[in-house]
Every structure is written in structure tokens, then in C-alpha cells.
Design a protein around this ligand. Structure first.
Ligand code: T3D
Length: 261
């Protein structure tokens, strides 16, 4: 895959997408927003892809919107339109991808970079990582889904404080608050994430995807609706090869050979 601002590598069912503008700590310009969106779209289209990793090149994960680009905008420029056409498409592509996305958070995730990290499914951070809702430093409100994701993870009081102070949330605090699933020594980040992704790529991928869809759907449902949707999705899972294989493997006391269908 030939991209200008990201790297796209596939290995044994695992795609690694690397945000690759290290001189800006991987700030998002329009090309990088578009290319990252396209990369996740490709992950969805390719049945051989069963797990995706998102990380950053160099010492940052992403510093958010490229502020040098902001300087070039004219009076007619609409940020709302930019969000709708850019970040929103990227975030929805990630959330709708019915395959697990693991963020390997190698350094600072600021502004929209924090939002994109939150749109992944499992976040594993280096002990050098940190998170900043940098928006208020430049006079903006949080965007890129942070108002939706963050209060759900850490509660509104903490999220609001991070928004208005733009204070740095270090990795250990992010772990304590549930922003990340685990923190590992910096040098162990990629090996840890790659090993985990390889394990997921061998798993019951169809069920993983349906679980993601069902959990997101449950946020906007009553208990009664959520139970109904669960039953519907379970019917789909139960009709799969993987379910038959999983039960058979259990009874035969062997490891299952899941195919993601
Ligand atoms: O469409 C829309 O506009 C709406 C969407 C908005 C979404 C947003 O993301 S708004 C928030 C934008 N992001 C920020 O405000 C963060 C800006 N960056 C920082 O505050 C700091 O760089 C960090 C706290 C993230 C890291 O600090 P530090 O000291 O580790 O690194 P640094 O020296 O500040 O940055 C290193 C280089 O990256 C530096 O370039 P240089 O001096 O080496 O040539 C710096 O200018 C560049 N850089 C960092 N962030 C950005 C950036 N260049 C462009 N855009 C950036 N966001």
C-alpha cells in the first residue's frame, strides 16, 4: 500500500498502521487523516486481516491537528466541516471496523491524537506515554470524539478537569483511571502489542467483531433493547463455523482452529 504519511504493513493477519510524521510528533494534516481512514477501510475489506495495530513513529503517538496547517486557513474555512469530512469519518471507520484495533501508544497523544487513541479498542501504553486534551491551550473545546469517549471511561469530573486545564495525564495515572489497558516498559511496547495482536488474529474473529458492535450499540440502548440485540447477535455467532469448531475442539480436548467465519 503506497501512502505518504503513514506506514501500512501486513503480517500474518495483523496490520500495523504507523502514523509517520515524526518531525511533528505525528500531527494530523489532511493527507494523514485521509490515509489513516483509508487504511482502516482496507482492513475492513480484507478478510485475511483479523487485527489492526495503530502506533506512531518516533517519540510521539500523535500531537493532534497540524497547527502549521491551521495557520494557512482562510476566513471562509469551517472547522465544523473539516471535522465532519475528516476526523469524524476516521473515527467512525475505526469504531465500525468489526475487528479489534490495538493502540500501541508510544509517546504523547494530544488533542485529536488523544481522540484517535480513544477510538481504538484496546490501548497499551509505553511508560513514556502521556495524554493531553490540548484543545483549550489553543482556545478550542475538545473534539474528535473525546467528549463521548473520555467521560465514559473516567467520569465527567476527571474528563472536564483534563479538558479545561489541558494538564498532562501520565501513563501510570491513565492506567489507574482506565484510559489504557496496560502500561509496559517502553522497549517492550511493540513486542507486547505484536504478541497480543498475533493471539487475537488466531481467535474467533467473527465473535470479536460482533462483540464490538454489540457493546457500542448497548451505550444507546435500554437494558431491554440491549438484551434483545445480544440475542440477535448471538444467533449470528452461533451459526458460524467458529462456534461449531469451538465446541468440537473443547469436547476433543484440543486447541480450536478458528477461521473468523
Ligand atoms: O480542524 C481542526 O482544526 C479542528 C481539530 C482540532 C483537533 C486538535 O487536535 S486541536 C489540538 C492541536 N494540538 C495541540 O495543541 C498540541 C500541540 N503540541 C504540543 O502542545 C506539544 O508539542 C506536545 C505537548 C504535544 C509535546 O511537547 P514536546 O515539548 O514534547 O514537543 P515539542 O517540542 O512541542 O514538539 C516537537 C516538534 O513537533 C516541534 O517542532 P520543531 O520545533 O522541532 O520544528 C513542534 O512544533 C512540532 N509539533 C508538535 N505538535 C504539533 C507540531 N507541529 C504541528 N502541529 C502540532 N500539533
Amino acid at each position: 500500500m503506497a501512502y505518504e504519511t503513514i506506514l501500512f504493513e501486513r503480517h500474518d493477519g495483523v496490520v500495523t498502521i504507523t502514523l509517520n510524521r515524526p518531525e511533528t510528533l505525528n500531527a494530523f494534516n489532511d493527507t494523514m487523516i485521509r490515509e489513516t481512514t483509508d487504511a482502516f477501510k482496507q482492513c475492513g475489506k480484507d478478510p485475511a486481516v483479523r487485527c489492526a495495530i495503530l502506533t506512531g513513529a518516533g517519540r510521539g503517538f500523535s500531537s493532534g491537528q497540524d497547527l502549521a496547517d491551521v495557520q494557512k486557513r482562510g476566513d471562509e474555512f469551517s472547522i465544523a466541516e473539516h471535522l465532519r469530512q475528516g476526523y469524524h469519518r476516521l473515527i467512525l471507520e475505526m469504531v465500525r471496523l468489526e475487528k479489534p484495533i490495538i493502540a500501541a501508544i508510544n509517546g504523547v497523544a494530544a488533542g485529536a491524537g488523544f481522540g484517535i487513541a480513544l477510538a481504538t479498542d484496546i490501548r497499551i501504553a509505553s511508560d513514556k506515554a502521556s495524554f493531553i486534551l490540548a484543545f483549550s491551550r489553543v482556545g478550542l473545546i475538545p473534539d474528535s470524539g473525546t467528549n463521548w469517549f473520555l467521560p465514559r471511561l473516567i467520569g465527567q469530573g476527571r474528563a472536564y478537569e483534563l479538558a479545561i486545564t489541558a494538564d498532562r495525564l501520565p501513563a501510570d495515572q491513565a492506567l489507574a483511571w482506565g484510559v489504557v489497558n496496560r502500561v509496559v516498559p517502553h522497549d517492550e511496547l511493540m513486542p507486547t502489542v505484536q504478541e497480543f495482536a498475533a493471539r487475537l488474529a488466531q481467535g474467533a474473529s467473527l465473535a470479536y467483531g460482533l462483540t464490538k458492535r454489540t457493546m457500542y450499540r448497548a451505550w444507546e440502548q435500554s437494558l431491554e433493547e440491549a438484551l434483545g440485540y445480544e440475542a440477535y447477535m448471538q444467533e449470528t455467532a452461533a451459526r458460524s463455523h467458529d462456534y461449531r469448531e469451538g465446541v468440537q475442539a473443547f469436547l476433543e480436548k484440543r486447541a480450536p482452529r478458528f477461521q473468523g467465519r
